[in-house]
Structures are given as C-alpha cells and as structure tokens.
Design a protein around this ligand. Structure first.
Ligand code: MN9
Length: 288
C-alpha cells in the first residue's frame, strides 16, 4: 500500500451524469501513462461529496472493473450520513477494495469523542482496513498528535492521508507511528513530506503529473534532495498554473487535450470559459 496514488477524477457529462467510458479512460491513463501504484476513489477530487450513494457505488464498480487487478484501490466512503458511510464501506469491501478511507466528519464541529465514534462505527462494520482522510482546510477539523494516536490505536486503522501544510505535526506523526501508513496529500508539498519519510502520496495532480510525482518521491527517498527539488520546481510551475486556472476543471481539460474523455465537473462547479480551456491546453502541451 505504499507509493503514488492518484486521487481519481470522475468524468461527468454536461448534465452531471457519470460518463462511464470517460471514467474508464481516466483509469487507463493513470495506469498506463501516469504509471501510479494505486487509485484513491471517490475523494474530493472525484467530486464525491456532490454525488448520490448510487453514483458513488457505480464509480466503485467501474474503477474496480477497469483497473482492479493492476493497481491498489482505496475507497473513500466518508459521509455526514454515517449509514451511507457504512453502506459504502461494505460495498467497497465486497468489491475487494484494498482499503477504505473516510474524511473526518465535517460541518457540525463534532468533538473528538464523536469523531472517534464515527471512525470506529465505520471500520468495525467491515472486514477491511481504514485510512483516515484529514484535510483541515476543507473540513475545519484539526486533530492533534494524541487524537491521531487514539484513532491509530485501532488495529484496522492503518494510516492517514495527511492533507495539511503542518510539517511539525507530520514529523511527529511519522516518528510516533513508524508502522502506520502516512500519505502526503498536498502535491505541491510532496518533496517536503517525502524528506520526512512518508510512505506515499495521494494527489489530484497525479492524474496529469504522475511520473514527476514518483520522481520527487523516489529521489527524496534515496537522498537526492537537490534533484528532487528540480522536479518539484517544474511540478509547482504546473500546479500554480492549474490552481490559478481552476483546479479540477483544468486537470480535466488537460486530460482531454491528451485524448482522455474526462468530461465536465458537476454543478455547482462551473465550466471553464474558452480562454481558460486554452490555458489548460497550453499547460498540457508544456507539461504532459
Ligand atoms: O487529494 C488533493 N486535495 C484536493 C488531495 O483536491 C482538495 C490535492 O492533490 C490537491 O488537489 C493538490 C492541489 O492543491 O495538491
């Protein structure tokens, strides 16, 4: 379960329906071109928090069918509706997903006892392992080292997708839990996380920049930090361009430029105006 995992995009048509052919092409592109070790399915990048349960299940099925035996698969099942989270965890486990993951419960400012109960309810409902998805900037949930420790004390809670710019906490976590899986979640900070000896990374930009991500991670692991920094610099020129132009829409337009039918983002995400589509195409031409 170590290595480079793409936070998988999903292709939607202009009405927001899953474009199955497009989704299959995105999976293939990640396996064949980005050459990643695994896929993180139905996370933020998959626009999962805007989808019905039925759509999430269909995506789990399609991705398993298309890529299942060639890469590791992690199913993000977190939801404010805990029954949905449990239902999805069971569904993905039945499909043989290698692990499940759940975002910290957000919006209602749950206390830690409630957060712990949420994770235990989900993980105890399945015969599978769980990776905590921590992304404080979007959820508003900040856990400290002791709280991570309380969750990670559970045998089946095997790791954390750490999407935060807090390298002090990341270092503390790494040293406190040498046997747990810690994944870097911000692609623009991959080198900084890699030198702290994370086990891998999960990122949206790996859909279009998977090889550079692997280079950064492996160069840093082998102590070639100066070389890794060169690759991170190019990567961050690309990521700055993507963020400036509209994150998910731009990645989709870049994929489309390469012949991958990545479709559109779901409302309320908006479509890119023509000049931004052109900008995305320039990025694809330059960096892919
Ligand atoms: O899964 C991603 N987070 C979100 C991790 O999309 C919210 C990252 O890969 C970022 O998209 C990326 C750009 O900031 O680092």
């Amino acid at each position: 379960m170590k290595g480079i995992f793409t936070a998988l995009m999903c292709a939607f048509d202009e009405n927001g329906n899953i474009d199955e052919k497009g989704l299959r092409e995105i999976v293939r592109h990640n396996i064949e071109e980005s050459k990643v070790d695994g896929l993180y399915v139905n996370g933020s990048t998959g626009e999962s928090f805007m989808l019905t349960t039925e759509a999430k299940k269909r995506i789990f099925e399609i991705v398993k069918d298309e890529g299942g035996d060639q890469v590791k698969l992690i199913a993000q099942v977190g939801s404010l509706n805990i029954d949905e989270a449990v239902d999805l965890a069971k569904f993905a486990t039945k499909l043989n997903y290698d692990a499940i993951s759940a975002v910290t419960p957000f919006y209602y400012k749950f206390d830690f006892e409630e957060i712990k109960d949420y994770y235990e309810t989900i993980v105890n409902s399945v015969d599978n392992n769980l990776i905590i998805y921590s992304i404080p900037a979007l959820t508003g949930v900040n856990m400290n080292l002791d709280q991570f420790g309380e969750l990670l004390a559970h045998d089946k809670i095997i790791g954390v997708k750490f999407t935060a710019p807090d390298f002090f906490l990341l270092e503390r976590l790494r040293h406190a839990f040498p046997d747990k899986l810690i994944y870097s979640g911000f692609d623009e900070m991959l080198l900084s996380a890699s030198v702290l000896n994370v086990d891998g990374a999960i990122g949206s930009t790996f859909n279009v920049n998977g090889k550079r991500a692997r280079d950064i991670f492996e160069l840093a692991q082998n102590g070639n930090v100066a070389e890794a920094l060169e690759v991170q610099k190019v990567t961050n020129d690309l990521i700055a361009g993507i963020l400036d132009n509209g994150l998910y829409q731009t990645i989709k337009e870049m994929l489309k430029y390469k012949g991958v039918h990545a479709g559109y983002c779901r409302k309320p995400m908006k479509q890119l105006p023509e000049e931004k589509v052109a900008r995305a195409q320039e990025l694809a031409k330059k960096y892919m």
